[in-house]
Design a protein around this ligand. Sequence first.
Ligand SMILES: *Cc1c(COP(=O)(O)O)cnc(C)c1O
Length: 364
Amino acid sequence: MNAPAPKPWIMAIAPYVPGRATTDDGRKAAKLSSNENPLGTSPKAREAFMAHAGDLERYPDAGATIVREAIAEKFGLDPARIIYGNGSDEVLHLAAGAFAGPDDEVIYVRYGFAVYEIATRRVGATPVIAPDKDYATDVDAILAAVTDRTRIVFVANPNNPTGTFAPRSEIARLHAGLPGHVLLVLDQAYAEYIDAADDDGGMELAKTATNVLVTRTFSKIHGLAAERIGWGYAHPDIVTAMHRIRLPFSITIAGQHAAVAALGDQAFVDHTREHNKRWRAWFAGEIAKLGNAGLRAIPSEANFVLVVFEGALTAETAYKGLMDAGFIVRWLPGQGLAQGLRITIGTEEETRGVAAALRALATA
Ligand SMILES: *Cc1c(COP(=O)(O)O)cnc(C)c1O
């Protein structure tokens, strides 16, 4: 046929399916499908955003200098080693674009973040799936999948959509077991939900190793998902390569100011973490009470819980029932997770509501 032909590896990509905001019949419902912050945004970040909302005619600072400096100051990092992007999604794509291509392999876990597959296939590389261990990251399975064609290992910690967390010792063991030519991307989109004492050590590795990239985002605990601001930290040689293919103006002016203010509002971050911890534990407890109906909450360190359905009530039926009850959660059959629902921890009212609706479905 005489028409432009997309690359075959592009047509092998299953399109990303974002979390929904309305029910099948168009009603607005509690959106517990995208792991956003139910408490909103730091008022300081909102104020900074509003102060720059009218700055429209000039390009933003392509170097995102104020953001890099604020990050460096807050976390004790070198601003020159910070890469940034239009959400950490862009940073993940930059890693794949700079370090993998046709004939290369990229490893991630079976229930990994959906963007890894898209980023891998986009550059013509081959995805290699490491089996999970009851939904959790299995370091031995990842290491067993490494070949001399492996270029990148993507690990989200905590992982999305499972919420599982690999402790510092496991991340250290994973890094120690990888050949130096393999880039280990530690996606810490949910790192702020972890207590400081339980930190997975990824940032320390990114400071010292030559093959570790840690990624972070303002979309989750900072409640700035709309502004698309993500960043990463790695050895200068890694960052330099990624800068070559970065979109020149990936973060807006107002977004940059909002990000700086968000970093300055630790009280908002702490408040969100405490809210999440409390209601995640409560919600997991409610699911445990439905164990004889076959429901099980996978242990989560993130701002969501993966509930698996191993009894008469299926995840698909529960998904539809929750939607009828006004709660939109995430059902991910396209990721091989037809048996589970990923449910974001919402406000108290939303969390109590979705638990009650699940109980009604499970005990009907
Ligand atoms: C939400 C999420 C991201 C990225 O989000 P951005 O909004 O693009 O920064 C990255 N990784 C994981 C695992 C996520 O859940």
